[in-house]
Design a protein around this ligand. Structure first.
Ligand SMILES: [Zn+2]
Length: 148
């Protein structure tokens, strides 16, 4: 399936893994789906090249989707927190989809959901039952990957 080629490390490869394990990566897929309209909207703004775009959406864990004026791509990247620092940095783990590739990606999202019901029914981490109080949200590594 095409998605295998798109999905690398953390975020992307997880589509395959979570179908098997139903691990936290399903949350990331669910979160990504929730963000999809917003990302599409930002891509449209980016393509018109009339407004500045600076978007960074948290998918889960250390994984983020970002768009920035000047870069005609949608960047899926894992971030990390360097030892002793408080500002996260992008790692080399990720992929920057050119806008044409992104367009293809948006078209296969529904196919992925159709082929993988576990993904289609996934719920974002923050909407799950174990996030019913503030402490559980603070303690969640998907929601707060770099909290100390
Ligand atoms: Zn969480």
């Amino acid at each position: 399936m095409l998605v295998i080629f798109f999905f690398i490390d953390g975020f992307f490869l997880c589509v395959n893994l979570c179908y098997i394990s139903l691990g936290s990566c399903c949350c990331r897929w669910a979160q990504f789906r929730q963000m999809l309209d917003e990302i599409v909207e930002k891509v449209d703004v980016l393509m018109k090249d009339k407004e500045t775009v600076s978007y960074c959406g948290h998918v889960g864990g250390g994984h983020y989707v970002s768009l920035t004026t000047g870069f005609r791509c949608v960047d899926f990247r894992k971030f990390y927190l360097p030892f002793g620092q408080s500002e996260m940095k992008p790692s080399s783990k990720g992929i920057a989809l050119r806008l044409g590739e992104w367009s293809t990606m948006t078209k296969i999202v529904s196919a992925i959901n159709k082929d993988y019901p576990a993904l289609a029914n996934a719920v974002p981490c923050y909407l799950q039952d174990d996030h019913n109080n503030q402490q559980s949200v603070v303690d969640c590594r998907e929601c707060n990957p770099f909290s100390l």
